[in-house]
Design a protein around this ligand. Structure first.
Ligand code: ADP
Ligand code: MG
Length: 237
């Protein structure tokens, strides 16, 4: 809503890969305390946009502001310290380490009470009983929960999730929706890239549609689902 403050905003954010403009002059805002979903066809620039926000990628042009500070030239680890965490689209867990050892990885450089954070995180992602199992033994859904858990250990103000329910069963998807909502209840702001509209409907009020690197439209989920251009471009109708 208009009464809330922006936690994240971009101005003219652009990323070119050679001759291809993956993100094209995007002006985009996420309000503090919301769960925003970002949808759009394959190749629309969704993952690139998230990786510009975390600093994995450097913009060709434009600026990014987070919590009142300019991020544009900040190192990725400093953005994490500032309160931005991401679960990437591609898997980033360590298969040979245990669940708990995986959760320790992002905590290595912090001065947090590691044992307390571990216990709390294992509880939040409902993997306490599997703390000592190797990550390779987890189901696909559990691996995604573990990976979200790794990002949660840092207690970010803003959590970016890139396709958190891709390839999941209905039950696993419902578990992730519940996890996001409970973290949101604890005050976390989310920007979630996801294709599964059923899932989007469960977690989000406002949806942003990206197409060919630009924001096509933005609005309440019902309006987006009934938008003719969105249906044509994105839902393939
Ligand atoms: P989405 O996540 O919406 O599917 P991406 O952000 O991954 O889209 O990609 C947007 C466009 O940028 C695509 O055309 C993709 O091929 C291209 N792209 C992404 N990353 C790179 C890269 N590292 N080098 C070259 N092209 C890339
Ligand atoms: Mg992607």
């Amino acid at each position: 809503g208009s009464s809330r403050d922006a936690i994240l905003s971009t101005n003219g954010l652009t990323k070119k890969f050679g001759g291809l403009t993956a993100v094209d002059s995007v002006d985009f805002t996420v309000d503090e305390g919301e769960i925003r979903c970002l949808i759009g066809p394959n190749g629309a620039g969704k993952s690139t946009l998230l990786e510009l926000i975390t600093g994995q990628l450097t913009p060709t042009d434009g600026d990014i502001y987070f919590d009142g500070n300019e991020l544009t030239d900040m190192e990725p680890h400093r953005r994490m310290d500032a309160g931005i965490s991401i679960k990437f689209q591609s898997p980033h867990i360590y298969e040979s380490l245990s669940v708990e050892q995986n959760l320790r990885v992002p905590l290595q450089r912090t001065d947090r009470d590691i044992e307390a954070v571990l216990a709390r995180t294992l509880d939040r992602i409902a993997l306490a009983e599997k703390a000592d199992e190797p990550a390779s033994d987890l189901s696909h859904g559990e691996k995604q929960r573990l990976e979200i858990g790794m990002a949660v250990t840092l207690d970010p103000a803003l959590m970016l999730l890139d396709e958190p329910v891709a390839g999941m069963s209905v039950d696993e998807t419902a578990d992730i929706a519940e996890l996001i909502r409970s973290l949101h209840d604890d005050g976390m702001t989310f920007l979630v890239v996801e294709h599964d509209m059923e899932f989007v409907r469960k977690i989000s009020e406002q949806v942003t549609v990206l197409n060919q690197g630009s924001v096509l439209t933005q609005g309440p989920i019902e309006a987006i689902e009934n938008d003719e251009e969105v249906r044509r471009i994105y839902l393939g109708e």
